[in-house]
Design a protein around this ligand. Structure first.
Ligand SMILES: [Zn+2]
Length: 281
C-alpha cells in the first residue's frame, strides 16, 4: 500500500491550535494522509509512556510511523569512539522507535569531507554491519533505512546508499529525491532522470525492495556544494518536480512510503503529491 505523509507537524497543525503529536493522528487521517515521520534529528528524547500514547493514536488511525535518527550519526570515521557513538545514536532512535511502533528508521550515514569516498564507504559498510548485528541481538524493530544525502561532501550518493542496503536482504533505502537533485546541482530534470534512479534501485536490490522503498520528497534550494535549504511547493523556481515521479510510481505499481519534508507545509504538500499520484491511477 502506498503511503503519503509529512515529516513532523505542519505549521497549519499548530495554527489550528493543536499542540501534541498524538493529536496529529486524527488530523492526518481527516486529510487523507496515512504516514508520519517523527524526528529524533536533534536527539532522542522521548519518554516511553509518551511514545506509547502517540503510537496508540497513530495505530488507531492507520497512520504508519517512521522515525528519523539523530543527524550527527557519522559512520565514516576511523575513530572507534565516534563510530561507537554513532552506532549508539542509531540504536537509541530504534529503541524509542519501538515505543512509537515505528516500522522504519531513517538515518544519515555520514560525512566524507575528511576522506576520499572509497575509504568512507569502507568505514560506513563496516559500521553499519556492526549496527545490524546489534539491532538483531537486541531484537529491535524498525528497519534502518540509509538516506541519500544532499550535500556533495556527505556520504550518501544513490550508489553508496544502495551499497549499504546490500548488507541484508530486507534493507530498503531512503531515497530523498530533493537531495539527489541538490547534490547533482539540479540533476533531476524530468521523467528520464527519475527512470534512471528507479532502474538503478531495481538493478541493485531487486523489484520487491524498489516497490517498498522509503521516499523523502521536497523542493530544495542548492548551491555548488549541493543542498542549501528546504522550500515548499508554493515557492517558485525550485526543483525537482514530483509530477513525473508520480506518473512512474503509478505506472510501475510501486508502493513506497512517501514523506514530505517541505518547510512548514509538509502535510499540504504531501497531500498535493497524493493527488498527483491519484491522477495517474
Ligand atoms: Zn534525512
Amino acid at each position: 500500500m502506498i503511503r503519503f505523509g509529512p515529516a513532523g507537524n505542519s505549521q497549519s497543525f499548530y495554527n489550528e491550535g493543536f499542540k501534541h503529536t498524538k493529536q496529529a493522528a486524527a488530523w492526518l487521517k481527516e486529510r487523507g494522509l496515512n504516514a508520519f515521520e517523527y524526528s529524533f534529528g536533534r536527539g532522542v528524547r522521548l519518554k516511553e509512556e509518551t511514545g506509547r500514547d502517540i503510537a496508540a493514536e497513530f495505530d488507531a488511525s492507520g497512520i504508519a510511523m517512521s522515525v528519523h535518527a539523530p543527524y550527527y550519526i557519522n559512520f565514516c570515521t576511523d575513530d572507534p569512539e565516534k563510530r561507537e557513538a554513532s552506532i549508539n545514536f542509531l540504536l537509541q532512535a530504534m529503541r524509542a522507535g519501538t515505543y512509537l511502533n515505528a516500522k522504519r528508521t531513517v538515518f544519515h550515514p555520514g560525512s566524507c569531507s575528511k576522506m576520499d569516498r572509497e575509504t568512507a564507504k569502507g568505514y560506513a559498510m563496516e559500521a553499519f554491519k556492526e549496527a545490524l548485528e546489534r539491532i538483531k541481538a537486541e531484537g529491535l524493530m524498525g528497519l534502518p533505512c540509509p538516506e541519500t544525502m544532499g550535500k556533495i561532501n556527505q556520504f550518501g550518493t544513490l550508489d553508496e546508499v544502495l551499497e549499504l542496503c546490500t548488507l541484508r536482504e530486507d534493507l530498503v533505502p531512503t531515497i530523498d529525491f530533493g537531495h539527489l537533485d541538490a547534490r547533482g546541482i539540479g540533476a533531476i530534470k524530468g521523467r528520464a532522470e527519475y527512470e534512471a534512479i528507479l532502474d538503478a534501485i531495481e538493478n541493485k536490490l531487486g523489484r520487491d525492495r524498489l516497490r517498498m522503498m522509503h521516499v523523502h520528497f521536497s523542493k530544495i534550494e542548492h548551491t555548488k556544494a549541493g543542498e542549501k535549504r528546504h522550500v515548499t511547493f508554493a515557492d517558485e523556481g525550485f526543483t525537482p518536480d514530483f509530477l513525473p515521479l508520480a506518473e512512474l510510481v503509478a505506472e510501475r505499481d510501486l508502493t513506497p512510503v512517501i514523506i514530505c519534508e517541505s518547510a512548514g507545509t509538509q502535510a499540504e504538500d504531501a497531500l498535493a503529491m497524493k493527488e498527483m499520484y491519484e491522477s495517474f491511477r
